[in-house]
Write a protein that binds this ligand. Structure first.
Ligand code: UT7
Length: 335
């Protein structure tokens, strides 16, 4: 056995989000366009979910196009050149090529210098998983700057006749550049999974079963909405509180609450359970954007920045949850 001691990488003392970007598809789809197929109403959808309209991608607005566009904005806002990105992490469940990873195509199109690139599959919690990984890569010395992207075209896997999902899911992309920082800009992640509840949200069937069927069609997402709703409203508020505790702050120190945009009532229930004070501004991007899974948190933060609700230096609490069931949350300082 060799007794040579291995060198180890040394990273930055702290990491932070340096810039965010978003891409909203061009097609606006109001509730009125969906209700006939699901025997619903604009009023019911707004009351039960807070959604007024959503964005669906056109054929040209591929996951790659949306991811690259959001990433370019995030890079511009960070003042960085693509060649300064060492790693690209894409969170998605709607890249239909099993391999290669979407991240490799995005890294190439952006013009990175052969950045490491891989996709992660953590459904709606994917972006927060990516931010946690990026922070540790930067602090561990594996990467100088990391690009984290959440992108989805959920309209491709949503059944327009399913009352429980047709009005919820939507398309879009959001991105963040994570890099070194003088002060801590990303708090410790609180994350986990509960595979016992894996049946609550899932793609209906395996592609091999689809191909074996006489009438093959894209396997849609199926969701038992009510149990997911209850789990998210109560269990996730506790996880969000743990993220605050691990960051060493209390609700009074927060400026923004940016939860996964799953349902406006879930957001309100979590805010009530956590007793968020009135000064904490709450992301409500879902009203115009629908539920975009891994893209929803960066999209929501981007809108708050554009609307002047979020400011550089604010402390924001992210909490994301979805299929798996999987979840992740952390406190971040807004770039
Ligand atoms: O992003 C990943 C994580 N996903 C989530 O967090 C989603 C969590 N779940 C939800 O957002 C909600 O469960 C939904 C918005 C999907 C549904 O809202 P709900 O309050 O849980 O409704 P429900 O399924 O308990 O149904 C209530 C009633 C039922 O009628 P009865 O039995 O009370 O007469 C349903 O038949 O509403 C009826 N209903 C509808 N009515 C009009 C169910 N879907 C519809 C519909 N339009 N689309």
């Amino acid at each position: 056995m060799s007794d040579v001691r291995l060198a180890t990488a040394t990273g930055a003392t702290h990491a932070a989000i340096l810039g965010v970007g978003a891409y909203r598809p061009s097609r606006v789809v109001p509730n009125a366009d969906l209700v006939a197929a699901i025997d619903s109403s604009d009023e019911w959808i707004q009351q039960r979910s807070g959604i007024r309209e959503r964005r669906w991608a056109t054929a040209e607005e591929t996951v790659q196009l949306m991811a690259v566009s959001a990433a370019r904005t995030a890079l511009e806002r960070s003042g960085l050149d693509p060649r300064q990105i060492d790693c690209v992490v894409v969170a998605t469940v709607t890249h239909f090529l099993q391999t290669p990873a979407l991240a490799t195509l995005v890294a190439h199109e952006l013009g990175t210098d052969q950045a490491a690139a891989f996709d992660i599959s953590a459904a709606c919690a994917g972006f927060c998983h990516g931010v946690a990984l990026a922070s540790d890569l930067v602090r561990g010395g594996s990467a100088g700057h990391v690009l984290v992207i959440g992108v989805e075209r959920l309209s491709d896997i949503t059944d327009p006749t399913d009352r429980g999902t047709a009005f919820i899911f939507a398309d879009g992309a959001g991105a963040a550049v994570v890099g070194p920082s003088e002060d801590p800009g990303i708090g410790p992640v609180v994350w986990g999974s509960d595979g016992e509840q894996s049946e609550l949200i899932r793609q209906r069937e395996d592609w091999r079963d689809v191909l074996a069927s006489p009438d093959p069609a894209i396997p849609h997402l199926v969701m038992q909405g009510n149990p997911v709703f209850r789990w998210a409203s109560f269990t996730m508020a506790k996880v969000a509180q743990q993220a605050l505790d691990r960051a060493g702050i209390g609700v009074d120190d927060l400026d923004l609450f940016v939860p996964h945009q799953a349902n406006m009532r879930i957001t309100d229930a979590m805010a009530r359970t956590m007793k968020l004070p009135d000064h904490v501004r709450i992301a409500r991007d879902i009203a115009e954007q629908g539920n975009t899974s891994a893209a929803s948190i960066p999209l929501a933060l981007d809108r708050m920045l554009a609307d002047g609700e979020a400011h550089s230096g604010d402390l924001a609490l992210f909490i994301a949850f979805g299929a798996g069931l999987s979840y992740a949350g952390q406190v971040v300082r807004v770039p």
